[in-house]
Design a binder for this molecule. Structure first.
Ligand code: FES
Length: 80
C-alpha cells in the first residue's frame, strides 16, 4: 500500500527502513523523502511507527492478559 503518494513510499518500504534502524518520521523524510511535500502521510506513518515499536508489543501483551488486569511484568522485554 502506498503511504506517501507524493514520494511514492509504500508501507513495505517503511517497515524495511524501520528494521534497518530508520525509526522516525524525520529520518524517513531524509531517507525516502516521506512527508517532505504535502505532509498528509505523516500522521499515518507515525501510527505505523508507534505500532512497530517494542513498547507497543509489551502493551498489547499486557492488555490481553487473561485476568484483564495486565501482567505484573512483561513476558518479553525487547530492550534486554
Ligand atoms: S503524501 Fe507524503 S508528502 Fe504528500
Amino acid at each position: 500500500m502506498l503511504v506517501c503518494v507524493c514520494k511514492r513510499v509504500s508501507d513495505a518500504m517503511i517497515k524495511e527502513a524501520y528494521e534497518q534502524g530508520i525509526q522516525s518520521v524525520e529520518a524517513l523524510g531524509m531517507h525516502h523523502g516521506l512527508g517532505q511535500c504535502c505532509g498528509r502521510c505523516v500522521p499515518y506513518t507515525q501510527k505505523m511507527l508507534d505500532a512497530m515499536s517494542p513498547d507497543a508489543a509489551v502493551a498489547a501483551v499486557q492488555m490481553w492478559s487473561p485476568s484483564g488486569a495486565g501482567l505484573s511484568a512483561p513476558i518479553w522485554n525487547p530492550g534486554q
